[in-house]
Write a protein that binds this ligand. Structure first.
Ligand code: PGA
Length: 261
């Protein structure tokens, strides 16, 4: 049976107590759901990671960090490395979220170095890609996605990527308060381009096994239409997942639909 990938990044919201309470509640609300069927993950703020690591483990929820340094240690003030993240139980490294690319100026080359750092330490690298509104209007979305994958995964070998690489397709124009969710048809089309590119880069076996998640204004209303599409392996949710009850409700709605496809 194919596994459903579903998780949230809480961005710069929720401190330690709130994160721990969220994880405990989410765990309790989903405890009857077999974790062999669902890869459930939460990516909280850095300061919450240590306490969250203990709560997440007890609840069968995987924990991730919102960023990772490309070096293991050194003169990099403000950066946090993969070994440091592993120490607090964060096994997933989110890399290249649109806010990091577009507000903090990260480039494909930086994301590539971070992917290598995460994989070198056997973390799961969750590489986020997506075109801007302007790129979409100019008709170059597919080219942009292919470049983000080719540069972001430069010199990543299939053996390193196997079971450790996830991709989140998050069109920049679909994310956040001003975002407009992509239609399921549009998202499916882009996931197809991503799948083809992954197969080109990593070979058919590994390329076809990399989970591709959709993110960008996912909510209780549009989750069903997205998850039934053949190339959508999971959902990466922001605002609509920040209350455990709403997140659990989305998981319960999409899981049976995902399993039927
Ligand atoms: P959103 O965030 O669901 O609130 O649009 C998605 C994201 O930033 O990953």
């Amino acid at each position: 049976m194919k596994k459903l990938y579903i998780g949230t990044n809480t961005k710069m919201y929720q401190g330690i107590a709130q994160t721990v309470a969220f994880l405990n509640e989410l765990g309790a609300l989903t405890k009857d759901i077999d974790r062999a069927e669902v890869e459930l993950f939460v990516i909280p703020s850095y300061t919450a990671l240590d306490a969250a690591g203990r709560a997440a483990q007890a609840q069968g929820i995987r924990l991730g960090a919102q960023n990772v340094a490309w070096e293991d240690e050194g003169q990099f003030t403000g950066e946090i490395s993969a070994p440091m993240l592993l120490e607090v139980g964060a096994g997933i490294a989110e890399i290249g979220h649109s806010e990091r690319r577009h507000i903090l100026g990260e480039t494909n080359d930086m994301e590539n170095r971070k992917v290598h750092a995460a994989l070198r330490h056997s973390m799961t690298a969750l590489l986020c890609i997506g075109e801007t509104k302007e790129q979409k209007l100019r008709g170059i979305a597919n080219e942009i996605l292919r470049i983000q994958l080719k540069e972001g995964l430069f010199e990543v070998c299939p053996k390193a990527a196997k079971d450790r690489l996830w991709i989140a397709y998050e069109p920049v124009w679909a994310i956040g308060l001003d975002g407009e969710p992509a239609s399921a048809t549009y998202a499916e089309e882009k996931h197809r381009v991503i799948r083809e590119t992954l197969c080109e880069l990593l070979g058919e076996t590994v390329g076809n096994a990399v989970p591709i998640l959709y993110g960008g204004s996912v909510n209780a209303q549009n989750a069903e239409a997205l998850i039934v599409r053949p190339h959508i392996d999971g959902l990466f949710i922001g605002r609509s997942a920040w209350k455990a009850e709403s997140f659990a409700a989305i998981i319960r709605t999409v899981l049976p639909l995902f399993q039927q496809k």
